[in-house]
Design a protein around this ligand. Structure first.
Ligand code: ATP
Length: 215
Protein backbone atom coordinates (compact mmCIF):
# COMPACT_ATOMS: atom_id res chain seq x y z
CA UNK A 1 0.00 0.00 0.00
CA UNK A 2 2.90 2.35 0.78
CA UNK A 3 6.44 2.02 -0.50
CA UNK A 4 9.04 4.61 0.46
CA UNK A 5 12.57 4.29 -0.83
CA UNK A 6 15.65 6.28 0.28
CA UNK A 7 13.86 9.51 1.17
CA UNK A 8 16.14 12.46 1.92
CA UNK A 9 15.35 16.10 2.55
CA UNK A 10 16.95 19.33 3.63
CA UNK A 11 15.72 22.52 5.29
CA UNK A 12 18.38 24.92 3.96
CA UNK A 13 21.68 23.35 4.97
CA UNK A 14 20.14 21.11 7.62
CA UNK A 15 19.48 17.53 6.56
CA UNK A 16 16.14 16.53 8.12
CA UNK A 17 15.79 13.05 6.56
CA UNK A 18 18.69 10.71 5.73
CA UNK A 19 17.57 7.99 3.36
CA UNK A 20 14.31 6.73 4.89
CA UNK A 21 12.72 3.53 3.58
CA UNK A 22 9.34 2.25 4.81
CA UNK A 23 6.85 -0.34 3.56
CA UNK A 24 3.22 -0.68 4.62
CA UNK A 25 1.35 -3.80 3.52
CA UNK A 26 -2.41 -4.01 2.90
CA UNK A 27 -4.37 -3.96 6.17
CA UNK A 28 -1.30 -3.12 8.26
CA UNK A 29 -0.92 -0.60 11.08
CA UNK A 30 2.59 0.84 10.98
CA UNK A 31 4.03 3.17 13.59
CA UNK A 32 6.87 5.62 13.16
CA UNK A 33 8.29 6.14 16.64
CA UNK A 34 10.72 8.91 17.53
CA UNK A 35 11.51 11.82 19.84
CA UNK A 36 10.67 15.46 19.09
CA UNK A 37 12.60 16.71 16.08
CA UNK A 38 13.48 13.21 14.82
CA UNK A 39 11.75 13.88 11.48
CA UNK A 40 8.29 12.31 11.87
CA UNK A 41 6.25 15.29 10.65
CA UNK A 42 8.62 15.96 7.75
CA UNK A 43 8.28 12.30 6.69
CA UNK A 44 4.49 12.24 6.90
CA UNK A 45 4.13 15.52 4.96
CA UNK A 46 6.27 14.06 2.18
CA UNK A 47 4.31 10.83 2.06
CA UNK A 48 1.08 12.73 1.40
CA UNK A 49 2.62 15.07 -1.19
CA UNK A 50 2.65 18.29 0.87
CA UNK A 51 6.46 18.57 0.88
CA UNK A 52 8.88 17.49 -1.85
CA UNK A 53 11.91 15.42 -0.86
CA UNK A 54 15.38 16.22 -2.21
CA UNK A 55 15.61 12.62 -3.39
CA UNK A 56 13.80 9.31 -3.01
CA UNK A 57 10.68 7.52 -4.23
CA UNK A 58 7.20 7.29 -2.73
CA UNK A 59 4.27 5.29 -4.00
CA UNK A 60 0.86 4.92 -2.40
CA UNK A 61 -1.47 2.21 -3.69
CA UNK A 62 0.84 1.90 -6.72
CA UNK A 63 0.61 5.65 -7.54
CA UNK A 64 3.79 7.74 -7.68
CA UNK A 65 3.19 10.53 -5.14
CA UNK A 66 5.86 12.83 -6.57
CA UNK A 67 4.42 12.63 -10.09
CA UNK A 68 0.70 12.49 -9.31
CA UNK A 69 0.02 14.15 -5.93
CA UNK A 70 -3.56 15.02 -6.92
CA UNK A 71 -4.44 11.39 -7.77
CA UNK A 72 -3.08 10.20 -4.46
CA UNK A 73 -5.18 12.63 -2.44
CA UNK A 74 -8.36 10.73 -3.30
CA UNK A 75 -7.14 7.52 -1.69
CA UNK A 76 -5.48 8.92 1.43
CA UNK A 77 -6.65 10.53 4.63
CA UNK A 78 -4.50 12.83 6.77
CA UNK A 79 -4.82 14.03 10.33
CA UNK A 80 -2.27 16.72 11.21
CA UNK A 81 -0.94 17.39 14.69
CA UNK A 82 -3.14 20.46 15.02
CA UNK A 83 -6.32 18.87 13.54
CA UNK A 84 -8.12 20.75 10.78
CA UNK A 85 -11.37 21.08 12.71
CA UNK A 86 -13.40 24.29 12.88
CA UNK A 87 -13.82 25.07 16.57
CA UNK A 88 -16.92 27.25 16.13
CA UNK A 89 -18.80 24.59 14.18
CA UNK A 90 -20.63 21.72 15.85
CA UNK A 91 -19.47 18.11 15.55
CA UNK A 92 -22.08 17.47 12.86
CA UNK A 93 -21.27 20.68 10.97
CA UNK A 94 -17.61 19.70 10.81
CA UNK A 95 -18.57 16.30 9.38
CA UNK A 96 -20.93 17.98 6.88
CA UNK A 97 -18.23 20.43 5.83
CA UNK A 98 -15.53 17.82 5.22
CA UNK A 99 -18.02 15.48 3.54
CA UNK A 100 -18.84 18.38 1.19
CA UNK A 101 -15.16 19.06 0.50
CA UNK A 102 -14.74 15.44 -0.59
CA UNK A 103 -17.88 15.63 -2.72
CA UNK A 104 -20.01 13.03 -0.89
CA UNK A 105 -23.65 12.95 -2.00
CA UNK A 106 -26.20 13.84 0.64
CA UNK A 107 -27.26 10.20 0.97
CA UNK A 108 -23.67 8.96 1.34
CA UNK A 109 -22.92 11.73 3.82
CA UNK A 110 -25.85 10.79 6.08
CA UNK A 111 -24.80 7.12 6.05
CA UNK A 112 -21.12 7.87 6.59
CA UNK A 113 -21.82 10.31 9.43
CA UNK A 114 -23.72 7.65 11.33
CA UNK A 115 -20.97 5.08 10.77
CA UNK A 116 -18.25 7.49 11.92
CA UNK A 117 -20.13 8.72 14.99
CA UNK A 118 -20.56 5.08 16.01
CA UNK A 119 -16.95 4.16 15.24
CA UNK A 120 -15.55 7.09 17.24
CA UNK A 121 -18.01 6.74 20.12
CA UNK A 122 -19.49 10.18 19.51
CA UNK A 123 -23.19 9.44 19.05
CA UNK A 124 -25.16 12.03 21.02
CA UNK A 125 -22.47 14.71 20.64
CA UNK A 126 -23.57 15.91 17.17
CA UNK A 127 -24.90 19.29 18.36
CA UNK A 128 -21.96 20.20 20.60
CA UNK A 129 -19.60 22.94 19.47
CA UNK A 130 -16.17 21.52 18.71
CA UNK A 131 -14.50 23.99 21.09
CA UNK A 132 -16.54 22.47 23.95
CA UNK A 133 -15.06 18.99 23.42
CA UNK A 134 -12.20 17.45 25.42
CA UNK A 135 -8.86 16.95 23.64
CA UNK A 136 -9.55 13.21 23.39
CA UNK A 137 -12.91 13.85 21.70
CA UNK A 138 -11.39 16.38 19.31
CA UNK A 139 -8.87 13.73 18.34
CA UNK A 140 -11.65 11.25 17.65
CA UNK A 141 -13.55 13.84 15.59
CA UNK A 142 -10.30 14.70 13.78
CA UNK A 143 -9.93 11.04 12.88
CA UNK A 144 -13.57 10.85 11.72
CA UNK A 145 -13.20 13.79 9.31
CA UNK A 146 -9.90 12.43 7.97
CA UNK A 147 -11.58 9.18 6.87
CA UNK A 148 -14.96 10.55 5.78
CA UNK A 149 -14.17 9.72 2.12
CA UNK A 150 -13.17 6.11 2.98
CA UNK A 151 -9.48 6.38 2.08
CA UNK A 152 -7.38 3.24 1.54
CA UNK A 153 -4.69 4.52 3.89
CA UNK A 154 -4.78 7.14 6.62
CA UNK A 155 -1.78 9.11 7.90
CA UNK A 156 -2.02 10.21 11.53
CA UNK A 157 0.59 12.64 12.87
CA UNK A 158 0.98 12.17 16.64
CA UNK A 159 -2.79 11.81 17.11
CA UNK A 160 -2.52 10.86 20.77
CA UNK A 161 -0.14 13.54 22.06
CA UNK A 162 -1.62 15.63 24.84
CA UNK A 163 -4.20 13.09 26.02
CA UNK A 164 -4.37 10.82 29.03
CA UNK A 165 -3.57 7.07 28.89
CA UNK A 166 -7.26 6.05 28.84
CA UNK A 167 -8.03 8.30 25.85
CA UNK A 168 -4.95 6.96 24.11
CA UNK A 169 -6.09 3.39 24.62
CA UNK A 170 -9.59 4.23 23.32
CA UNK A 171 -8.10 5.91 20.29
CA UNK A 172 -5.97 2.86 19.50
CA UNK A 173 -9.02 0.62 19.76
CA UNK A 174 -10.62 2.75 17.04
CA UNK A 175 -7.48 2.52 14.89
CA UNK A 176 -7.54 -1.27 15.21
CA UNK A 177 -11.20 -1.32 14.11
CA UNK A 178 -10.23 0.72 11.07
CA UNK A 179 -7.55 -1.78 10.14
CA UNK A 180 -10.10 -4.58 10.43
CA UNK A 181 -12.23 -2.71 7.88
CA UNK A 182 -9.23 -2.81 5.53
CA UNK A 183 -7.96 0.78 5.94
CA UNK A 184 -4.16 0.89 6.37
CA UNK A 185 -2.87 3.15 9.10
CA UNK A 186 0.44 4.99 9.23
CA UNK A 187 0.82 6.70 12.58
CA UNK A 188 3.59 8.66 14.28
CA UNK A 189 4.10 8.76 18.02
CA UNK A 190 6.67 9.40 20.70
CA UNK A 191 5.03 6.96 23.15
CA UNK A 192 6.95 3.68 23.21
CA UNK A 193 4.01 1.89 24.88
CA UNK A 194 1.85 2.49 21.79
CA UNK A 195 4.08 0.20 19.75
CA UNK A 196 2.25 -2.82 21.11
CA UNK A 197 -0.92 -1.89 19.19
CA UNK A 198 0.58 -1.94 15.70
CA UNK A 199 1.83 -4.64 13.30
CA UNK A 200 5.13 -3.03 12.48
CA UNK A 201 7.22 -0.31 14.02
CA UNK A 202 10.04 1.79 12.63
CA UNK A 203 12.17 3.85 14.98
CA UNK A 204 13.44 7.17 13.66
CA UNK A 205 16.32 9.12 15.16
CA UNK A 206 17.88 12.27 13.69
CA UNK A 207 16.26 11.65 10.31
CA UNK A 208 17.31 7.99 10.06
CA UNK A 209 15.42 4.74 10.57
CA UNK A 210 17.45 2.91 13.19
CA UNK A 211 15.27 -0.20 13.59
CA UNK A 212 12.21 -1.81 11.99
CA UNK A 213 10.33 -4.88 13.10
CA UNK A 214 7.35 -6.32 14.93
CA UNK A 215 6.53 -4.86 18.38
P1 ATP B 1 7.85 16.86 16.58
O1 ATP B 1 7.44 15.69 17.38
O2 ATP B 1 8.40 17.98 17.41
O3 ATP B 1 6.85 17.32 15.58
P2 ATP B 1 9.25 15.53 14.44
O4 ATP B 1 9.83 14.21 14.73
O5 ATP B 1 7.95 15.56 13.73
O6 ATP B 1 9.16 16.38 15.75
P3 ATP B 1 10.16 17.31 12.34
O7 ATP B 1 9.16 18.36 12.68
O8 ATP B 1 9.95 16.52 11.12
O9 ATP B 1 10.35 16.33 13.58
O10 ATP B 1 11.60 18.01 12.27
C1 ATP B 1 12.79 17.33 11.86
C2 ATP B 1 13.96 18.29 11.89
O11 ATP B 1 13.80 19.31 10.89
C3 ATP B 1 14.12 19.03 13.21
O12 ATP B 1 15.49 19.16 13.47
C4 ATP B 1 13.47 20.37 12.96
O13 ATP B 1 14.06 21.36 13.77
C5 ATP B 1 13.78 20.60 11.48
N1 ATP B 1 12.72 21.40 10.81
C6 ATP B 1 11.41 21.07 10.74
N2 ATP B 1 10.71 21.99 10.02
C7 ATP B 1 11.61 22.94 9.65
C8 ATP B 1 11.54 24.15 8.89
N3 ATP B 1 10.39 24.57 8.37
N4 ATP B 1 12.68 24.86 8.73
C9 ATP B 1 13.86 24.43 9.22
N5 ATP B 1 14.02 23.29 9.95
C10 ATP B 1 12.91 22.55 10.16
Amino acid sequence: MLRVQSLSSYYGNIQALRGISIHVGYGEIVTLLGANGAGKTTTIRMLIGLLRPTSGEISVGGIDVLKYPEKVRKIIGYMSQKFSLYEDLTVEENLNFFGGVYGLSNQDLQRRKKELLELTDMLGWEKYLTKELSTGMKQRLGLAVSIIHKPRIVFLDEPTSGTDPLSRRNFWRIIQNLAQEGICVFVTTHFLEEAEYCNKISMIDAGKIIATGSP
